[in-house]
Design a protein around this ligand. Structure first.
Ligand SMILES: NC(=O)c1ccc[n+]([C@@H]2O[C@H](COP(=O)([O-])OP(=O)(O)OC[C@H]3O[C@@H](n4cnc5c(N)ncnc54)[C@H](OP(=O)(O)O)[C@@H]3O)[C@@H](O)[C@H]2O)c1
Length: 320
């Protein structure tokens, strides 16, 4: 059998339930992947709450959240040449990864599976697609070039931490990133100059500027206003949080580039790259993971580990 975490109605984390399901079979052009680690993201609780139902309609009852995971191919359908049984892969894209096994389209065109480089542990691989992939696209959108100075709002979150590191790999001369004071040591360690958000932000940034480009990974009007003041050219600003009020201020919303994860992995190569995992939960406790993610302030990523079987196995670096 396999296990899936599903929901039958839009709501909070308590709408999720774990259920046994048959292991799927690989159809033509598909592979079945058994997941070792599953990333948790703000989009999961936004999907569950129904915030995205217009743009991302799901079939209810029985919808499955989760947009990233790392695992092993356990079955290959007819016509698949790209993967073999035993291949380690990263799954990304459409919702459906909060489960132990999934049948996934295997073609490069579908862009749902990417080879999992052996240098990343399962949990580090599982959290790459959303954080690092989004950061990669955002940096491409603002056209960051070597020697430039970048401002990142929400630098201490999943996407922000990735953006700091990818910008430095792109050759940025300096990266200034906002985040809570408790995350400043982490930001410094990754190579950024940390700044606290909140009252007085614009004055603090004025002392640290000028900036060539800015990426907003926090959302809201304060970061947007600061982005507009810090970077005069609209094309060199981007936000990853859709908000008509922010877009009206002159901070364009992100467009993802095709084959984003594969390009991100090419850029990282064998360079040091770290997305801290701050809490791990058994798959059956996905609701607790989403509740913690919704609270925010994690300074890293959350993962679900299907092999953690009991409540006692949950493992946190942050207080619940
Ligand atoms: N468009 C896309 O494709 C896409 C992809 C990924 C994510 N997103 C969205 O982007 C956002 C961030 O995602 P994430 O995974 O990085 O989330 P996260 O890990 O929760 O990070 C949130 C970040 O925002 C900061 N923050 C919190 N309150 C703030 C405030 N009032 N002012 C400025 N910064 C503040 C946090 O700082 P501290 O923790 O230090 O307080 C942290 O750096 C979410 O809304 C998510 O849904 C969009």
């Amino acid at each position: 059998m396999s296990t899936a975490v599903l929901f039958d109605r839009y709501g909070g984390p308590d709408a999720l339930y774990a259920t046994d399901t048959p292991v799927p079979s690989a159809g033509p052009g598909e592979v079945v992947v058994r997941y070792t680690a599953i990333g948790v993201n703000p989009i999961d609780w936004k999907i569950l709450r129904g915030d995205l139902k217009a743009m991302l309609p799901l079939e209810l009852p029985g919808a499955c959240p989760g947009v990233e995971a790392a695992g092993t191919v356990v079955q290959v359908g007819s016509g698949v040449r790209r993967f073999r049984v035993g291949d380690p892969v990263i799954r990304h894209g459409r919702p459906g990864t909060f489960r132990t096994h999934e049948a996934v389209p295997a073609s490069q065109q579908a862009d749902e599976l990417t080879a999992w480089p052996s240098r990343f542990t399962a949990e580090r691989a599982a959290v790459l697609p959303v954080a690092a992939g989004t950061a990669y696209s955002a940096l491409r959108q603002v056209g960051l070039r070597a020697g430039e100075r970048l401002l990142i709002h929400g630098a201490s979150g999943g996407v922000g931490l990735a953006a700091v590191q990818l910008a430095l790999l792109d050759g940025a001369a300096e990266v200034v990133g906002t985040g809570s004071a408790r995350h400043h040591d982490l930001l410094r360690r990754l190579g950024a100059v940390p700044v606290e958000y909140g009252e007085g932000l614009s004055e603090r940034l004025a002392e640290l500027g000028p900036f060539d480009a800015t990426v907003d990974c926090a959302g809201g009007l304060e970061p947007a206003g600061a982005a507009v003041r810090a970077v005069p050219e609209e094309a060199r600003r981007v936000t990853i949080v859709a908000d008509p009020a922010v877009q009206a201020l002159g901070v364009p919303f992100l467009e993802h580039v095709p084959l984003e994860l594969a390009s991100t992995l090419d850029l990282i190569g064998h360079s040091p790259f770290e997305l801290p995992v701050t809490a791990r939960f058994p798959l059956s406790r996905a609701a607790d993971a989403l509740a913690l993610g919704q609270r925010g302030g994690l300074g890293g990523k959350l993962v679900l580990l299907p092999t953690l079987a009991t409540e006692q196995d949950a493992d946190h670096d942050v207080s619940l």
